[in-house]
Write a protein that binds this ligand. Structure first.
Ligand code: DP6
Length: 323
């Protein structure tokens, strides 16, 4: 039996498309910031008395279909370790509000850590990252803290994350703006697949990411938060252009997303530097130097209410312990 705690991450250079669906090998590299405020703790217990895997998230037991991706990772762990038993998995997502920022990134990173340790495997961080990748691509990066790069690689062995700067020593901060959503969203898995298959801009996206990876690493070295934010914002817009240009086209934005984008642009025009990024949902994440926090929080609270804002510092890498 083992427990792991992993933090979620938000991509500054997005992963949006797979080369290999089964092994989750991405089309491009990506780069993220691990966040302090959002994390998952997961306990895994291999138990010879169980007759099937039993998976609970936030104390709710998942159906067979809902548990599919978790069981897939458990199967890989059983294969690696030779363990035959089924497992009980208990996972709790720690998010400050219920507004749906829970991410598969922290969940599958914590699962990889807890399941492999419970099975007696002592995986290196690199191998943990490869195992987390089999559950969800973005989880590859949640093994490490701070600024993290996922090198796309070409196969299971060569596709893993590595830290760029684990202890971020400059005052970058991220504010999550939790946007209300009623509509059922297109999963990132199917959204990125249809972008790869149908967007005429997909080839250009590969080049965008290659250029952005070089530029953002330079900006990180220079501790240039404005440059990091600017590159991340452009990259996010270009990722979302792939959804608009897919066939059929779709978007994760809603009206509130655009309102917040506009507010960030207004702040910038008033001399308060800040930048936005969005993932496979309507929430907006704002990147800025913490010296600007109060002005940004003030403006955005007037729009959405302070209870929907969560400020987060860079967060740590995975922790695993035996029970
Ligand atoms: C927009 O990691 O959720 O957040 O690998 O199919 O599980 P799967 O997809 P997932 O996609 C994340 C997409 C993103 C960008 C990113 O995190 O890099």
């Amino acid at each position: 039996m083992a427990t792991a705690k992993a933090h979620t991450n938000i991509a500054l250079i997005k992963y949006w498309g797979k080369k290999d669906q089964e092994l989750i090998i991405p089309q491009t590299d990506s780069l993220s910031l691990t966040l302090n405020e959002f994390y998952t703790t997961t306990t895994v217990n291999f138990d010879s008395h169980l007759t099937s895997d039993l998976v609970a998230i936030d104390q709710h037991i998942l159906s067979k279909k809902e548990a599919q991706k978790v069981v897939h990772v458990l199967d890989i762990v059983r294969q690696l370790s030779g363990i035959k038993s089924f497992a009980r998995v208990d996972s709790i997502n720690y998010v400050p509000t219920a507004a749906g920022l829970a991410s598969s990134a922290s969940a599958f990173a914590a699962l990889a850590g807890a399941a492999s340790t419970a099975a007696g495997l002592k995986l290196s961080n690199r191998d943990l990252s490869r195992l987390a990748r089999r559950g969800s691509g973005s989880a590859t990066r949640s093994i490490y803290g701070g600024l993290v790069e996922w090198q796309k690689g070409t196969d299971d062995n060569s596709s893993f994350a590595q830290p760029i700067l684990e202890n971020v020593d400059f005052p970058i901060e991220m504010l999550a703006v939790l946007v209300n959503t009623k509509k059922k969203k297109v999963s990132s898995r199917s959204g990125m697949q249809s972008s790869v298959e149908t967007s005429p801009y997909y080839d250009a996206w590969r080049q965008v990411v290659a250029n952005d990876m070089v530029a953002i690493k330079k900006a990180i070295k220079a501790k240039d938060i404005d440059q990091i934010g600017h590159i991340a914002e452009e990259n996010a817009l270009r990722m979302h252009a792939l959804t608009f240009s897919a066939d059929p086209g779709f978007t994760y934005f809603n009206g509130e997303t655009l309102t917040i984008i506009k507010a960030v642009e207004d702040l910038r025009n008033q001399g308060v530097n800040c930048y936005y990024t969005m993932d496979a949902g309507p929430n907006v994440k704002v990147i800025y130097d913490r010296g600007n926090r109060s002005k940004i929080v003030e403006k955005l609270s007037n729009i959405v209410g302070s209870e929907r804002l969560v400020v987060s510092q860079p967060g740590p890498g995975i922790k695993i312990w035996n029970e």
